[in-house]
Design a protein around this ligand. Sequence first.
Ligand SMILES: Nc1ncnc2c1ncn2[C@@H]1O[C@H](COP(=O)(O)OP(=O)(O)OP(=O)(O)O)[C@@H](O)[C@H]1O
Length: 257
Amino acid sequence: MPNAIDIHQVTKTFGEGATMVTALEKVSLTIRDGEFVVFLGPSGCGKSTLLRMIAGLSAVSEGGISVGGRPVEGRDPSVGMVFQSYTSFPWLSVAENIGFGLDLAKAGKARRDEKVATMLEKVSLGKFAGSYPSQLSGGMQQRVAIARALAVDPRILLMDEPFGALDALTRVEMQTLLLDLCAEDRKTVVFVTHDIDEAMLLADRIVVFSPHPGRIAEIIDVDIPHPRSIEQTEREDFTHLRHRLRKLLFAMAKRAA
Ligand SMILES: Nc1ncnc2c1ncn2[C@@H]1O[C@H](COP(=O)(O)OP(=O)(O)OP(=O)(O)O)[C@@H](O)[C@H]1O
């Protein structure tokens, strides 16, 4: 089986001449099928830029990215995305939002309706199928975004600080939901965050980025067995890891300043 994602010597620059910014420089990384990888690092170290290039939303300047063994050439429907801002269509109901990708893929009414019903149940929004996004809380809107991304059964899920705008309690609820969904159906997930606890709870591997230009500073295996829960993060092995990540992140943030 090919690797889920191969990133080979990728450099990304924006602008030209004196105003040119090197967002990423010679970044290489292999992500295996079914892995949950978290990109962690201070602001501006290129995490979102790399995610956008994996998604085919932005082109590499040098190097190459393959998904499932095939070079990325534009948006790939087998790759799902969830962003920080609530990206549901305001004019569509919750059920219509979740079914949107299935309609695009011409799934057929019976399959679409069945899948939408399953996803509504999985994200506990059954009672809100006919509601519109503006009638929902932030956490509920992100549940719609996750359900919409997963409804088309993507092989890979890319998430850019999806819980960044949520309050602490809702954030933990969403992390737990994501862990449950991933346990049911093992997807390859790449997840961007600034949050150390979020990274530890979710990741099989944490990729720590350093800034100016963005590079991979360190890759850390999180050898803590699944299923994980928020209570486990109080355990000693998590405490050691938290300490190590905090030190690393402070060092990177100093470099970014
Ligand atoms: N469209 C763009 N045009 C010009 N520069 C850009 C563009 N997108 C990103 N950059 C620059 O590339 C660098 C990396 O940005 P990126 O958003 O990928 O970082 P990040 O690590 O995701 O930061 P954050 O955590 O704040 O989202 C930054 O210096 C940023 O200003």
